[in-house]
Design a protein around this ligand. Sequence first.
Ligand SMILES: Cc1ncc(COP(=O)(O)O)c(C=O)c1O
Length: 464
Amino acid sequence: MKTKSHHSQTFRSVPAHSKPFDTSHLQKILQEQLDLYKNSTLGSDLEHQLATQTIPLGAHSTFQSFEPYPVSIVSAKGAWMTDVDGRKMLDLSMGFGAMLAGHLNPDVVSELRDALDVGTLFTTPSPLSRDAAERICRRFGIDQVRFTNSGTESTMYAVRTARAYSGKEGVVKVEGGYHGSHDSVLFSNKPALAKAGPADAPTPVIPNASVAGEVYVVPFNDADALENLFEKHSKTIACFIVEPVLENIGIVLPDEGYLEAVRDLCDKYKVVLIFDEVKTGLTAGPQGAAQRLGVIPDLICLAKSIGGGIPLAAFGGKAEFMLPVSDGRMPHLGTFNGHALAMAAVRAVDKICTVAALDKAESLNKDALIRIREVIDEYELPAHTVGFGVKGCITWSDTPVRNYRDYKATNFQIAELSFLWSLNHGVITPPGLDEQWLISLAHGQAEIDFMVNDFKEFAKTIRG
Ligand SMILES: Cc1ncc(COP(=O)(O)O)c(C=O)c1O
């Protein structure tokens, strides 16, 4: 049976009352904020013009680019970044969540410096790479792990491992979920509804230039839809890849019992369950989301937060499911895998992400979520707050978002305005209209106060 309460380890607070916006007032403020942005970021504009001559869109990832142009940064330390115009900005994006340790965390820097004394790339095993693997296995409760260089590589190899393990090819993912940029997961990422089919049995939407293979898509928080799909196709389905908490359409929480139902269905239909913890990972708690939420996948993908800002990722899991890597059914390769700097970063992050340190960041996050909720109440905004671990977001809807279709019904006009407002008022959040904030180990009470006050000013302005 479907239940609509969210998992007890997650946070959501929806207001009892709200009033709609005056959209023409919002449009006017959006124009003012756009003008202000262009007038106060002349250096970023120039950088962008120069960069577009050699870099498509002027950025090395399409995620980093937005209209009219992104902020260009010259330095970052702790929880703050400085742009080319000399503006100091509170960083709430924190490298899309990768900078959990904070920018230039002294312990990370010191481990990296020590590694530089002994070398950078050995392309052969080392005590450092063994130590890093042991730390990751211990923390995340897995038997075996292989390091890669990006989340994309990790999900690609996890899917391939599941195919080798099961002897099947099909991949199932959740509509609206993002798992990196390789062909077998880059479908129905944020599909246009006109192409996406019915809500309870969506059609996979495959982007241009991508060869997806056998793929299926299901709505999040709908175990019945997953079972219907498995009943028809499990004979050819290798794996279900899912974020235990969706973190690319704001933050979408699993309903109480959903992940347990997913686990049971994967066992029943012999489908490998892959948790993509690229975004959750240590931001979910000291042992990651799976252990916190109490549902253990067969394979897990890690990246971002485990690497202290160094390009590093991993995939691993139960020994039985990693066997295809050992017995040669799924060769896993990569020149830079186990790079000494990345291994040193794992060691540093493992040392500094203590239970106490992560608890402190989580309680600051709770403080932000609660105080922002109070502002939402005071101004009767059609919005609510959602959080998990050290991450949080404001969702511009007065009802909970449980899947991609709910997300598509949220207010994108106000989300765009909120993003631009923050950029103009010294707060940087990830580009896009639906990303969450990260409270890192470098954020303190002063940063939380800054962020809450900024939101209060925003609320005042949009209510006129
Ligand atoms: C859930 C999830 N999986 C995979 C990826 C891909 O990671 P990367 O950008 O390191 O390739 C991302 C990136 O944001 C992600 O959010």
